[in-house]
Design a protein around this ligand. Structure first.
Ligand code: NAI
Ligand code: 13P
Length: 324
């Protein structure tokens, strides 16, 4: 079979490399230098430099070429998902969604956007603690593969599993998506704590209270608690909140050091999804009556509405309340 990958960023390229261990892979990339670099030099010099790519990966600039693929891994930044799936010819092939975010404007999950764009395509979600450069280096990783149709989920998991890349099955698509979207916003918060030099106790407190927010919001949206406590939720939260390998955490470090979020975002070509998800998540939480003070704090700092010390002071002076 040929596995298709939509999106030639770091994660799409790493997933192509995983799939290419045993299958032919066709990778769609938006940038012509990425397509040429993969086909000619076997390297994605723009988004995943330094990783020699498998000869089983072929890159294309035409989404229509992916029509013949058996499975499509869909890996653009979340805000471009609808437009890209709109350009993809109608398909009934399984779409495995790998982006982490909520759509601005509609506040929809990626699975909802994909179902609207391709009503005949079975949908699954792949999410978990996976830095692209480690996966591309064949270091061990585990992910959640969520699909409402359990049997189909198992087939898809078997199709993408490799000895160093281990999917765990779930039927909780909503839970898998919410974990991945929310952890990016919380990683910005943890980066701010790091950048401000507030210490590891504060970061652990933030991870824990952030997880409480993720759980409250997830349960209100129909996610299952065990999914939120699994690889795609807590697992990814811990990874992303602990390392400057995370683009979201690094963005937070810059904000914590006093730089303007707008300047930091203007400087980068890789995506920090949490910056786009944060205001959408804030609105979505308000819609379902869920209190998310850490997310509110990140929104205030991303919008340049407040000073870091004031926002942290505000979080610390909230009324004393029960932990759970
Ligand atoms: N990099 C990682 O370690 C992981 C990333 N993800 C998720 O994968 C998704 C993609 O992220 P990365 O591959 O890291 O991206 P990246 O940051 O490496 O690259 C940026 C991507 O944005 C695309 N892009 C820029 N402007 C665009 C436009 N106008 N229309 C369509 N695409 C455009 C570029 O083509 C490129 O693919 C995100 O949702 C991210 O959260 C998930 C797991 C791990
Ligand atoms: O999702 C990721 C790891 O699981 C990548 O995190 P960043 O987008 O913050 O780099």
């Amino acid at each position: 079979m040929t596995i298709g990958v939509i999106g030639g960023g770091a994660w799409g390229t790493a997933l192509a490399q995983v799939a290419a261990e045993t299958e032919e892979v066709l990778l769609w990339a938006r940038e012509s230098d990425v397509v040429d670099g993969i086909n000619r030099a076997r390297e994605n010099i723009v988004f995943l430099p330094g990783v020699p790519l498998s000869p089983a990966i072929r890159a294309t600039a035409s989404l229509a070429d992916l029509a013949s693929c058996s499975i499509l891994l869909v890996v653009p930044p979340a805000q471009y998902l609808r437009a890209l799936l709109g350009e993809l010819p109608q398909t009934d092939r399984p779409l495995i969604l790998c982006s982490k975010g909520l759509e601005a404007g509609t506040r929809k999950l990626m699975s909802e956007v994909a179902a609207e764009a391709h009503p005949d395509a079975p949908i699954a979600v792949l999410s978990g603690p996976t830095f692209a450069h480690e996966v591309a280096a064949r270091l061990p990783a585990a992910v959640t593969l969520a699909c409402r149709d359990e049997a189909r989920g198992r087939l898809l998991a078997e199709a993408i599993a490799r000895p160093f890349f281990r999917p765990y099955l779930s039927t909780d698509v909503i839970g898998a998506e919410i974990g991945g979207a929310v952890k990016n916003v919380l990683a910005i918060a943890c980066g701010i704590v790091e950048g401000r030099g507030l210490g590891q106790n504060a970061r652990a407190a933030l991870i824990s209270r952030g997880f409480a927010e993720m759980t409250r919001f997830g349960l209100a949206k129909g996610a299952r608690a065990e999914t939120l406590a699994g690889l795609s939720g807590l697992g990814d939260l811990v990874l992303t909140c602990s390392s400057v390998s995370s683009r979201n955490f690094s963005l937070g470090v810059g904000i914590g050091q006093g730089r303007a979020a707008a300047d930091l975002l203007a400087d980068r070509k890789s995506v920090a999804e949490g910056a786009f998800t944060a205001p959408v998540l804030q609105q979505a939480a308000r819609e379902v009556g869920v209190d998310m003070p850490v997310v509110d704090a990140v929104c205030a700092l991303l919008g340049g509405e407040a000073a870091v010390d004031d926002v942290i002071g505000g979080l610390l002076s909230r009324p004393i309340r029960a932990e759970a």
